[in-house]
Design a protein around this ligand. Structure first.
Ligand code: ADP
Ligand code: MG
Length: 333
């Protein structure tokens, strides 16, 4: 008996609460098998079906091409300077993409023009806003490595007031390919710089690492928004992130600074969440946004419907929290 046999048996036991003295369970297996219709495939029938299918032309399913920047709806006037904010934390699963999607959408609904730059090859922002990845021909990878202008990859009006520069799996190679390039740290800065004045906010959703893509984000950004998950090792890795920020600040981007710290996945029922909030506030003071983002199932469900939380569950706690953060972002300027 192998290891997996044991596992299978255990699973069967634990998932079969009906197993017991019930008369139904005592029915001999053999009788049940005899009553089953034959499941032998009938090759003749299958052949006929295939022939019929071949002779019936498929109805052409219209494939809607993705809109391009040229199709963008007339833009409301952008007042003042464009603020470029990188949503950054080298830890995975802390709520970066969730924040990027939902903060962008909340700002868009408040009348702001927002460009969301997806800088993670998992493309969570792109899929979370309903972009059909198989239709993307060029993505942010081509902007960084193939000199494609960012306008050529932007999909406009993906949500109210929100455009997106999407990412695909191609971006996975960028870390390695960028190493050999000239001015490799400035690629994103140049691309994003060309869009200044056209948006109120450009939000960059960073990958969970401190590699060259993240360095590109640190060079391109005016400010950093750091999501911190309310969990035991909340501040782990933050020192390293701040060191990277200081290094980039001293050599490549002198005005770079922290914009805000956002507490995510806050659970008001646990003392741990409260302790984390206290600790983070003690460490970062007024940089911490006043509203923590609650842990809610709706926030984790929304991406699978390709919708921001403000559409998926507009009156829910998650939506209200991101709207509060958007208000704070607007008032911080
Ligand atoms: P990151 O981009 O930092 O890796 P994500 O935003 O993808 O993190 O979030 C990680 C997971 O946690 C995702 O499955 C997401 O749906 C879920 N999640 C994020 N924020 C919340 C929240 N406030 N409540 C519940 N689930 C959340
Ligand atoms: Mg992410």
């Amino acid at each position: 008996m192998g290891f997996f046999d044991g596992l299978k048996r255990e699973n069967k036991q634990s998932h079969a609460p009906e197993a017991g003295p019930s008369p139904l369970n005592q029915e001999p297996e053999v009788t049940q098998r005899e009553e089953q219709p034959s499941i032998e495939p009938n090759i003749d029938e299958i052949e006929v079906t295939i022939r019929e299918r071949e002779s019936t032309p498929f109805e052409a399913v219209p494939v809607q091409p993705l809109k391009s920047y040229k199709d963008k709806a007339p833009v409301r006037h952008v007042i003042g300077h464009t603020k470029v904010i990188a949503i950054i934390n080298q830890k995975g699963g802390v709520g970066k993409s969730t924040t990027a999607i939902n903060l962008a959408a909340a700002l868009g609904e408040m009348g702001k023009q927002v460009l969301l730059v997806d800088l993670d090859h998992q493309g969570n922002c792109s899929s979370g806003l309903g972009v059909e990845k198989s239709l993307i021909q060029r993505c942010i990878y081509d902007v960084l490595l193939n000199d494609v202008p960012i306008e050529d990859v932007i999909i406009p009006d993906i949500a109210e007031g929100v455009d997106i520069a999407p990412a695909t799996i191609n971006l996975a190679g960028a870390e390695v390919e960028l190493v050999a390039e000239m001015a490799r740290e400035n690629r994103l800065k140049d691309a994003v710089g060309s869009m200044r004045g056209r948006y109120d906010f450009i939000l960059i959703d960073c990958p969970p690492s401190l590699g060259l893509l993240t360095v590109n984000a640190l060079v391109a950004a005016d400010k950093l928004l750091i999501p911190i998950q309310c969990e035991f090792y909340a501040l782990e890795g933050v020192t390293k992130l701040l060191e990277s920020m200081k290094r980039v600040k001293s050599r490549l981007n002198p005005t770079l600074d922290i914009y805000g710290i956002l507490l995510t996945m806050y659970d008001s029922r646990t003392t741990l969440s409260k302790q984390v909030v206290d600790e983070v506030r003690e460490y970062f003071g007024r940089l911490v946004f006043s509203t923590p983002i609650p842990r809610t199932v709706k926030l984790s469900e929304a991406p699978s419907f390709g919708q921001p939380i403000t559409q998926y569950d507009p009156k829910g706690r998650g939506s209200l929290a991101y709207i509060e953060i958007a208000k704070e972002v607007i008032s911080r300027g």
